[in-house]
Design a protein around this ligand. Structure first.
Ligand code: ATP
Length: 314
């Protein structure tokens, strides 16, 4: 079952097609990474999924609820961390959360307990009474995440949750995101940071110029990409023999080490050939595409830059 599903979801602003007939599918209890260059349509999509803006065309369903028909129902089960947090700097962390809890009509006593638990979760309990204006960027972002969790949502929408954070702050937020998935939540995360998406997400959608150009689990995307061009690193003890019959292209690094491009995974055939001709194979491994390569190919049509990938191998 899909927790988030869209059917030709589209948003047009004047002559800009911000989101162009996208069909998204996100399974329950997944961390879905929504990747795209600047202006690709990520935030517009999130706003439509939350019922905060109306689509021009198409439908969006969150937990099988039609967002346009029942936006309030969707808001009840969703949490949203916008790219710019809406915290009040002159209020304490606790008061910010209590203020936000009012929108969900959570009774004050209950709200206080929930808020303190959330402050504990994001490591801010000690500074619950401190004004948010005095917080570091990382602390503010953790508080904003707590705010997004005030209604104990089933689905969390996080718009670039680590942008502007230092490495420590980013690591803390990523850990919190992973912990929330363990609690059973579904997380829809937009990001530009490819290693972050690679680390925390299990499935990925790539949006370019409003169009969804790829979607699937990380493994599916890598496999689809691999099928286009397989790369195998070969290293043998002796000088390399002529391998042209196996490869569509070969890049020689040293006299006994090369990258072979092929149309399929031919490791077995290569190994048998080398072995039966008396060569000692030191290494023979498939080079997996990185998410960065997949993204660059999908978004800009760029072929992988081999030098970068093999630097450490030389
Ligand atoms: P970024 O990564 O830079 O935040 P994004 O992928 O979130 O970008 P959106 O903010 O969804 O992209 O914008 C998609 C397109 O729609 C852009 O061309 C943007 O200029 C346009 N756009 C977004 N909101 C509006 C609006 N309210 N009025 C007019 N155009 C808009």
């Amino acid at each position: 079952m899909y927790v988030i599903e869209t059917d030709k979801l589209t948003k047009v602003y004047g002559d800009i097609i911000a989101v162009d007939h996208i069909d998204l599918k996100v399974k329950k209890n997944r961390i879905f990474g929504f990747l795209g260059p600047n202006g690709a349509g990520k935030t517009t999509t999130v706003l439509m999924l939350l019922g905060l803006i109306q689509p021009t065309e198409g439908r969006a369903y969150v937990n099988n609820i039609d967002v346009q028909e029942k936006p309030i129902e969707v808001k009840k089960i969703s949490g949203y961390l916008p790219s710019e947090n809406g915290l009040y700097p002159n209020m304490s962390a606790l008061d910010n959360l209590l203020f936000f809890a009012k929108f969900y009509k959570i009774p004050r006593n209950e709200a206080k307990k929930i808020a303190l638990d959330l402050l504990d979760l994001v490591g801010l309990k000690e500074v619950a009474k401190k004004k948010v204006g005095e917080f570091s960027t990382g602390m503010k972002q953790r508080l904003a995440l707590a705010q997004a969790l005030i209604n104990d949502p089933e689905i969390l929408f996080l718009d670039e949750p680590t942008s502007g954070l230092d490495p420590k702050g980013a690591v803390e937020i990523r850990q919190l995101i992973k912990d929330l998935r363990k609690e059973g939540k579904t997380i829809f995360l937009t990001s530009h940071i490819l290693p972050e998406v690679d680390e925390v997400c299990d499935s990925i959608g790539i949006i370019v110029n409003g169009k969804l150009v790829a979607m699937g689990s990380k493994e599916e995307l890598k496999r689809a990409f691999l099928n286009e061009k397989v790369r195998i690193l070969v290293e043998i003890e002796e000088s390399l023999p002529d391998l042209s019959e196996f490869a569509t292209d070969i890049k020689l690094f040293t006299k006994n080490k090369a990258m072979i491009y092929a149309k399929a995974d031919i490791r077995k055939e290569l190994f048998e050939y080398l072995n039966s001709n008396g060569y000692t194979v030191l290494d023979l491994h498939l080079m997996e595409p990185t998410l960065e390569e997949i993204f660059l190919k999908m978004a800009y049509g760029e072929e992988p830059v081999l030098e970068k990938i093999t630097e450490g191998e030389r």
